[in-house]
Write a protein of this length. Structure first.
Length: 115
């Protein structure tokens, strides 16, 4: 919550809200979280949607660690869970540092298949 002093007489308080995740992000989260509140199937998401055939469990764990470190840096060492919430997943998808744009490559005929 932000507060600003106005005319030295009173203080205005404004609630700062984050943008809600788009519907498709929520749908992907629900699919790979298997209806739960925490996503534990990030490797499956990377393989299916991001077309990363070599997506390994260690790669997914590294991404989860980075997301938790960036989002919860002040309490990252205290967090024992190694899964993503909807907000963490949304942050990962729209973060230029954690999920950079796809590099321009020549078009190949072997595009990944969508399930």
């Amino acid at each position: 919550m932000g507060s600003y002093r106005m005319c030295v007489c009173f203080t205005c308080k404004f609630k700062i809200t984050e943008a809600e995740p788009p519907r498709d992000v929520t749908e992907y989260f629900a699919k790979y979280a298997e209806g739960g509140t925490h996503m534990s199937q990030l490797r499956g998401f990377l393989a299916d949607v991001h077309c990363e055939g070599g997506a390994s469990t260690s790669n997914a764990e590294r991404i989860v660690e980075q997301v938790l470190q960036k989002r919860h840096h002040h309490i990252a060492k205290l967090i024992t869970r190694r899964t993503l919430t909807l907000e963490d997943f949304h942050h990962y998808l729209f973060s230029a540092d954690l999920n950079p744009p796809i590099q321009s490559k020549p078009l190949s005929l072997s595009l990944c298949s969508r399930r």
